[in-house]
Design a protein around this ligand. Sequence first.
Ligand code: MSP
Length: 639
Amino acid sequence: MSKPTYYITTPIYYSSGKLHIGHCYTTVICDAIARFKRMDGYDVFYLTGTDEHGQKVQQKAEAAGVTPKQFVDNLHEQIVKLWKVLNISYDKFIRTTDDYHEKAVQKIYEKLLASGDIYKSTYEGWYCTPCESFWTESQLVESKCPDCGREVRLQKEESYFFKLSKYSDRLIEFYKENPDFISPKSRMNEMINNFIKPGLKDLCISRTTFDWGVKLPFDPKHVAYVWVDALANYITALGYLQNDHSLYDKFWPADLHMVGKEIVRFHTIIWPALLMALGLPLPKKVYGHGWVLFGNDKMSKSKGNVVDPIVLADRYGADVVRYYLLREIPFGSDGSYTNEALLVRTNADLVNDLGNLVSRTTAMITQYFGGEIPAPDAYTELDKELVALCEGALDKVRADMDALSAPDALADIFKIIQRANKYIDETMPWTLNKNGDKARLGTVMYVLAECIRFSATLLSPFVPHTAERIFDKLGLDKPNDFSGLARFGGIGKGVTVHKGDNLFNRIDVDKELKELDKLAEQTNVEETEPQTPQISIEDFAKVKLVTAKVLSCEKVAKSDKLLVFKLQVGDEVRQVVSGIAQYYAPEYMVGKTVVLVANLKPAKIRGVESNGMILCAADGKKVVFVTPEAEIDSGKEVR
Ligand code: MSP
C-alpha cells in the first residue's frame, strides 16, 4: 500500500539580507514536522526557497553596485549554507528566479487574464517597499506601514488588477466550512474582522516602476507583483503548468503552509482567492506562528538587534539552536529570545537531563558489563512504570505534533529522560554492583538503555545529529521510522555501547554571555542597514536655515532641470540655483517664500553661481519646495 502524502512548506525567504535567528524559526519547526511525519510513515515533500524578485532587491543591488542576479545569487548561497548548518531536510529548494518558475508564473497570469480575473487600470495608493505591500490611506498607522512601521511611498502607476473583491463571500464560506484552515483560531477572526469585513479591494498585481521581476507575457513593461510571484512557488515547485506535473498531482493541495503571523493575510486571503480563480484546490491549513522577539522588538537588522544563528551553531552546535527554538518559544505566540535563556535551557535539558542520562548509563554498562548491554531479568513494578511511559510516548508525541506543538512534544519526550534519571537514583546501580546482584543490575541497565533508545528515536526529528550520536553510543543503527517503539525490549543480544565524548558540554553561562555580547556587537555593526547618522544639536546649529522670498526665477540655459533664483533674504539679495525645473514653472515661483540653507559654500552649477540651497521634499516621483505655513518676512531663522 502506498504511504499517505504530506506536503509542507515554509515561506520563501527574501533575498535582500542575511537571515537571523528569528527567520530560522519557521524553517526549523517545519523541519521537525517534516522529519516526524517521515518517521511516522508519510511520504513527505518539504519545500523551502528564496523570494528573489522585487523593488527591494533591485534597490539593494543598485546600492551594492551589482546586478540583481548577482545580488540574489550571493544571498541564496548564504541561505543554503545556513540551512545546511541547521540540518534542514528540505526536499526541494525553489528560487523565484528559476526559469521553470518564471515561465509558470507567466502562464498563471495568462490564465487569470483569460478567466477575466485580471483587468488593467491605474493604481494610486501607498506602497511599503520592505514589505512589498500596498496600503490604503486609512490602513496606514501614523502615515507609516501598519506591518513594519516604516515609511511608505505614494505610488501612481498603470497596473493590472486582480479581482480580489469578487472572492470575499467565497473566502468567508470556505473558512466556515474549513474551520481549521487558519490556525491558531484567533488569526481567522483577525482576517475576517480586519480585512474581509471592511471590504476587500481589488489587488494591484503588476508594477512598471522597476523591472526586476517576471515580465507579464501580454504586456512586458509590467512585472508581476512579488507576492503573486512568490505565492505561486507552492505550486510551480511541484510542476504546475509544466510538462512534468507528477509532483503536483501527488502532493497538491498542501497539508500545511507554515508562516509567520505577519504574512498570514497573504496566505489566507490573496493565495486562496488566486487558487479559486485558477480553479485549483485550496491548501488544508495555514498556520501563523508568532515571532521570536528580542526584548519586546521583532528582530530586524534595521533595529540592530539580530542574533546570528551561524555564530550560535558554531559555538554550541546546530541542535542547541534547534532545541531552543522548538522547546522555548511557545507555539503560536510570540516568545522572547535571550542568550541567557538559550544557555540555561541547554544546560538544564541537554547537558543535565539528556547528556547525563546517556553518559551515566553508557559508563555503567562499560564498567559493570564490559560495554555489552545485558539481557534483562524479570521486570519489577518500578521497571514496569518506565516500560509503560516509553510505550505510551509515541501516541502522546504524535498528538502534540498533530497540534503542531513542538514544545509539548519535547516536554513529553523529556518525561522519559527525567524519569530514567530518577530511576538511577532509585535503583542505585552502584550498590547493586557492590552487593553482587548482577541479575538486577543487568535489568536496570537494560531498562535504562531502552529508555534512551525510545527517547533518542523520538528526539530524532528535533535534534537529528544528537539522536544519531546517541544511537552510535548505544551501538545501534539510527532507525528511520517509529516501528521500533511499538514494544519495550527492542534491544537484542550482543549490543556494545561506546561512551565516547560528552553529548554536550556544560556551558559557563556568565562567561558565554559576555562573549556573545561581544560577538553581537560585531555582527550588528556589520549587518546594520545603512542609516542616517545621528547628529548633535550643536551639529544642527551649524546649518543656517532662513526664509527667503523669490524675487525672480528663470530657467538655466541648456538645462531641463535647473532654475536660477534671485532671493530676498532680509536686506540681502542672493542668487541660488535649484534643480526643480521639472516640477515648477519659473513664473509660478515668483513671490513664493522658500526655506534656504544660507551658509552653504558657494558653488558654480552649469557655470551659474549658487549661494545656498532651497529646501524641498521628494518622494521619488515628485519634488515639492518647503514653505512656511503662514506669511513671514524673509531672512527669518528657521529652527
Ligand atoms: N518572502 C516572504 C514570504 C513569501 S511566501 C510566498 C517573506 N520572507 S521573510 O524572509 O521576510 O520571512 C520568512 C519567514 O521568516 C516568515 O515566516 C517570517 O514570519 C519569518 N520570520 C522573520 N522574522 C521572524 C522573527 N523574528 N520571528 C519568527 N519568525 C520570523 O515574508
